[in-house]
Design a protein around this ligand. Structure first.
Ligand SMILES: [Fe+2]
Length: 410
């Protein structure tokens, strides 16, 4: 039994049960560098003792959220141990350390880390997106934080959503995009007009078809979220947008051709872009980025920017033909109609999508029938996810702390 009212000295292997508090029971593991935790109705679980000491955010240790932090990992020795604890307050577990320092922990915080921080699982889609894409009006997103949050939620789940009734002025494009984060200035400026031109500088300025791709994979950090604002389009003139969930394609490859999937996750692929005398970008990166758990976290893919790849002549490194086979398979899958959300974008509509997950393309169009004018700008992914988490604190606190897919890592 507990010796003092809710105050428990710790000794190795001793179980400390406080039936009166009913909220949390602590005990230390036999190894001494783990603490066992039991919560109401939960199986017992363990945390590192050193981790728990480092997780203290009292005024002396400081706070890692704000960065006003004073305790470093090197200040906590591996030998640190709990001296005693007090679970009488259901809101705060009080821990006294062997050097006399006192820490307080919210039981919910301990439970969250003991069970593991959940990783967000994206909702994959193919041609069925048309039935579930989120649509939000310009005025609601500009005026109402909850509507803005709804659109951010859709972006997190599907990597794409649509804004409607967006006025045609460039100022309005910037005004609404600015709700999601600072607009990123690139070598094309802050806002880029895609109009078919006789002297096209890039493929987007021609009227030719483009197979689905991510933009600018030749940058170390490619554009994050892309805003496509339709200013003028012509009915029945072609130019249908072809949107593809690159994560879904990756999962199809993982299931159907695991060897090719594996190559795209570990073989460096070089993408480049040069306009003589102006820019020369070149990046070697993976087409499919995985996180530490093996979950797909980002995509880079653009057939028009693939450099001649490095050919290593000595076996077993000579995998160039396997790499080309993997790139060909990814290309084949993104071109299948069942993997595409096909949409004829209308003036006033704005497609917003995650350029490190969603591939975009279009069918060819006839520029002699009607002029096609799309306006585009970019916002960094972390700014958009920051906006999501910040608003989740207000509107859906349970969604705020999941690990989100963090994009195309090199
Ligand atoms: Fe593009």
């Amino acid at each position: 039994m507990m010796p003092d009212d809710h105050i428990s000295p710790i000794s190795s292997g001793q179980s400390n049960c406080d039936q009166s508090s009913g909220h949390i029971v602590l005990e230390i593991s036999n190894e001494g560098d783990r603490i066992a935790l039991e919560f109401d109705g939960k199986a017992s679980t363990c945390l590192s003792t050193r981790w728990l000491r480092l997780a203290c955010d009292c005024e002396i240790c400081g706070d890692t959220h704000s960065g006003k932090r004073w305790l470093t990992p090197n200040d906590v020795p591996a030998s640190v141990r709990l001296e005693s604890f007090d679970v009488s307050n259901p809101e705060k577990v009080r821990v006294t350390w062997d050097d006399g320092h006192i820490s307080h922990y919210d039981p919910d915080f301990l439970l969250r880390y003991a069970e593991g921080i959940p990783r967000f699982q994206p909702d994959h889609w193919g041609s069925d997106l048309s039935g579930k894409i989120g649509k939000f009006s310009f005025s609601s997103v500009v005026d109402d934080d909850e509507a803005l949050f709804g659109s951010l939620w859709a972006l997190r789940d599907h990597g794409i959503m649509m804004l409607t009734d967006v006025p045609t002025d460039a100022e309005d494009t910037m005004r609404i995009a600015g709700r999601y984060g600072p607009i990123r200035e690139t070598s094309y400026g802050k806002v880029f007009d895609l109009i078919s031109l006789p002297e096209a500088r890039v493929a987007g300025e021609t009227s030719r078809a483009q197979i689905p791709h991510t933009d600018e994979p030749f940058r170390y950090s490619p554009p994050g979220f892309i805003f496509f604002h339709a200013i003028k389009t012509g009915a029945h003139m072609g130019g249908t947008s072809l949107m593809v969930d690159g994560f879904y394609i990756a999962e199809q490859m993982r299931a159907q051709t695991p060897d090719l999937f594996e190559i795209l996750t570990r073989h460096g692929v070089t993408f480049h872009r040069e306009h003589a005398g102006e820019v020369f970008f070149s990046t070697e990166a993976h087409v499919i980025s995985l996180d530490s758990k093996g979950q797909v976290t980002g995509i880079r893919f653009n057939d028009r920017c693939l450099a001649p790849q490095e050919v290593l002549q000595v076996a077993p490194e000579d995998q160039i033909d396997d790499l080309i086979a993997a790139l060909a398979e990814y290309t084949r899958l993104v071109c299948l109609p069942e993997n595409q959300f096909q949409h004829q974008i209308q003036p006033g509509e704005m497609l917003v999508f995650d350029n490190q997950r969603i591939l975009h393309g279009r069918s060819a169009f006839d520029p002699t029938i009607a002029k096609r004018h799309l306006r585009s700008c970019n916002i960094d992914r972390d700014a958009v996810h920051s906006a999501f988490r910040t608003l989740a604190r207000r509107f859906a606190p349970q969604e705020a702390e999941q690990v989100l897919y963090q994009g195309a890592i090199l």
